[in-house]
Design a protein around this ligand. Structure first.
Ligand SMILES: NC(=O)c1ccc[n+]([C@@H]2O[C@H](COP(=O)([O-])OP(=O)(O)OC[C@H]3O[C@@H](n4cnc5c(N)ncnc54)[C@H](OP(=O)(O)O)[C@@H]3O)[C@@H](O)[C@H]2O)c1
Length: 271
């Protein structure tokens, strides 16, 4: 999902990105990854690859951990050895989600689920191996294509007149196309490190679902549920708030509000 948003924007802005999906290259294959990278010699790598099935990861922890840690490590090793820049994505799920305060970049990571743990390991691999890196922790990602929460709500609203959605998890829904804009912005920046990068403002999945249904114009009732009532294989953090102060302070810009982003996404979907 994010890979498509970023490659489409790069192309629109006149770049010619070389894009690889798993059919082109399995990034867990170190030998093949090195071979292709040494042939291409990229100055910048934007890594959108990940095992992202959060619940399934609980059933296949080794696979999720292997993919997320190894792919990041393989890319980071190339970048470290060749002074290339690596842009890597991580998640709010590295945090335990306690309290009400937004998490800062240097708060202690303590993931509640396997996916979060694997992404924390991917961060370590990037920090250890690639000096010129941006680790961007994003959250609740959606776009106007691909499988995501917006798409799921719209599909459900076609067949149901009532949808129940968790109302006790708070975070920032983040539009992939806005993340892509920030990635463009970072391409010539040198203030490397870990940053939180989401759309502005916080909400719950329940409030977000209500907004999506409102835009859809369908007469569907949205009911709140607690996490205890809606059991999933992977436990999610209740407080997914990420502080974006470091990014704003360093670069002097911020992402648009989540409501603005959602409106643009819904317009793109109806075009
Ligand atoms: N989605 C979210 O809500 C969210 C939230 C926070 C952070 N993030 C992070 O943001 C980034 C982008 O997420 P996304 O939602 O755009 O992910 P996505 O749509 O699931 O895309 C990930 C891609 O990585 C590919 N992949 C998996 N293993 C691979 C391998 N060994 N070699 C090469 N490619 C491989 C997948 O291929 P297959 O589909 O064939 O497996 C898929 O095309 C990820 O780092 C993710 O952890 C996502």
């Amino acid at each position: 999902m994010l890979g498509q948003d970023i490659s489409e924007l790069l192309t629109k802005k006149g770049y010619s990105p070389v894009t690889w999906d798993i059919e082109d290259l399995d990034l867990t294959d170190k030998e093949e990854t090195d071979r292709k990278l040494f042939e291409l010699r990229p100055d910048i790598i934007i890594n959108c690859c990940a095992y992202t099935a959060v619940d399934k990861a609980q059933e296949e922890p080794e696979k999720c951990t292997f993919i997320n840690e190894t792919t990041a490590k393989n890319l980071a090793e190339y970048c470290g050895a060749n002074n290339a820049m690596l842009i890597h994505f991580s998640t709010d799920y590295v945090f335990p989600g306690l309290g009400q305060e937004p998490y800062k970049e240097d708060d202690e990571v303590k993931p509640l689920n396997i996916y979060g743990r694997s992404k924390a390991l991917s961060e370590d691999a990037v920090r250890k191996n690639a000096e010129r890196h941006f680790i961007l922790r994003i959250s609740w990602l959606y776009s106007d294509h691909g499988k995501n929460f917006v798409d799921t709500m719209l599909k459900l609203s076609r067949d149901r007149n009532m949808i129940s959605v968790v109302s006790d998890q708070t975070g920032s829904p983040t539009y992939g196309r806005d993340v892509a804009e920030m990635v463009m912005f970072l391409l010539d920046k040198k203030e490397y490190g870990t940053y939180h990068l989401t759309n502005e403002g916080y909400t719950t999945w329940y409030e977000l679902a209500k907004e999506i249904i409102r835009y859809s114009g369908r007469a569907v009732e949205v009911r709140p549920l607690t996490s205890e009532e809606y059991k999933t294989l992977a436990v999610r953090p209740k407080n997914s708030r990420l502080s974006k102060e470091k990014f704003k302070r360093t670069f002097g810009i911020e992402m648009p509000a989540w409501q603005d982003a959602l409106e643009r996404c819904m317009k793109a979907l109806t075009c």
